[in-house]
Every structure is written in C-alpha cells, then in structure tokens.
Design a protein around this ligand. Sequence first.
Ligand code: PXL
Length: 281
Amino acid sequence: MKQKRVLTIQDYSCLGRCSLTVALPILSAFGQECVGLPTAVLSNHTAYASWTYTDLSKDMLPSVEKWLPYEHHFDLILTGYLGNGQSKIVEDICQKLQSKDTVLMVDPAFADNGKLYSGFDENHTAEMRELVKKASLIVPNVTEACALLGKEFPGDELTKDQITDILHSLAALGPKKVVLTGVTLAHGKRVGEAIYDAEENEIDLYYTPCYPGRYHGAGDVFAACLAGAYVRGLPFVEAVELAHDYVHRSMHYTLQDKEDGILYGLEFERAIPYLLKRLEK
Ligand code: PXL
C-alpha cells in the first residue's frame, strides 16, 4: 500500500495531550506521513487555570507557500482547534494545497458541555460554520453541532428525530459525511456517535457503555484516529467504529491511573498496540 500523506492544522499545547501532540503520534501509528502545521504554541490547553499563548497566524500561509515548489500532494487535511480568525487562513491554505482527491476533514473543536471554550464567541462560531461548508467530513460534538446550526443545546441525550434533524441539517451546509460525537443514550449510561453518509442516505449509531470521568482531548484522539483509518481505506462506518473503540480503550487505561483525564488527557499511547492489532485484521 502506498504511504498516505496527511496535513493536520492545530495548536501545539505542550502539556495536556491534545491537538498536535496526539494527532501526530496517532497518524504515525497508522504508518502515514503526517505534516503538522501549528497554529499557536500554548504552555498547556485552556482547561488549566492559566496558560501562555503564542499566536502563529502570521506564519501559517508563508510556511505552506514554502512547500509549493516541492511535491505536496495531501490525501487528507485535518483541522482541529483554531484560534479566532484562523479559519479564514485555513481556507486559503486549502485553496493552495487541495487537489481533487484531498479530503478536508474539519473537527470544529470550539465547544463542549453546552458552552463555548474560553476565548470564543459568536464570531468564532460563524467563522467555523464557513469552514464546515467547505469540508467533506466533519466530526462535531452535540454542543458544536447545535452552535453551528444556531439551535439551542438540548443536552447530549437526543431522540432519534433530533439526531436525524441535526445530521441532515449539517449535511445541508456542505459536508457529505457527518459524525456527531458524544451522543448519550440510556440516561447517560451509553455514549457514542451518530454517523451519516449523505451519498448513501444512511444513518448508523455506534455506542458502548459510558466510562465515568471527563477526558480532555478525547475528541482530538477520536478525530486523529478516524482520519488515519479513513485515509487508510477503511469503509467510513468501520473507521468511525475503530476510532470510538480506540478512545474507549484509552479511557480504560486512563482510569487505571487516575479518576479522570481533564488535565492530562487520555493515555492514548497505551492503546496503540490495541490499534495496531485491530489493523492486522
Ligand atoms: O481539545 C480541544 C482543544 C485543543 N487545543 C486547546 C484547547 C482545547 C480545548 O479546550 O484548549 C488549546
């Protein structure tokens, strides 16, 4: 199999396992070349009490322009947490780098638990909506999905009708494939994804029992694993199932050590052997 090349555009948060520090090793585990374009360098992610933030907005496009004289085909571009104003820069980068077969996968990582992340407001949501329109695959959680659609957040537990409405409305913005993450069922006892492929007009649900605790960066681990699996050629729904199971296994290891992973994130490293075994099948 020819090696695939993935570009991921996210921040580099030194401490706390999220964004580039999880995307690069996970994509490497899939055997893919992974180019990481940092959007900012933070001492740690923003769930800590305080952090330093060095914005790299001015360096993003000039960096990409240096690649243009060289072979620069990307099979997939994965975007994650972006600062204010950076979605537009990402759109410009995609215009320079995307070829017909480049998948643009957007993880609109800007909100959770019914709230926008620290430092974001309605303008950021509007910018992210514009980027989502250009994507072929998106992976919002329920909070982000509702914000993108201008709907009130009803909580993470949704009815079948609510799921269908959200998936169809998101696909109507542009992306043909939508994965709604962090959907809870059975009064919070189960958690999983609602998966929609507009080309097949099919909705699938995939979920497992819910672990206690909160895990920062779980969405980033999920997105990186899904990107790796999808670009490797796994069928879309199977790729989502693998990403879910990988996050689930990482939570299992994290819980052996600590009550939750809100600051240090998921022990995804310990689940890499599991991931590789699944890929042998
Ligand atoms: O996991 C999403 C994320 C990524 N990067 C930074 C964050 C967050 C979520 O809060 O703060 C810097």
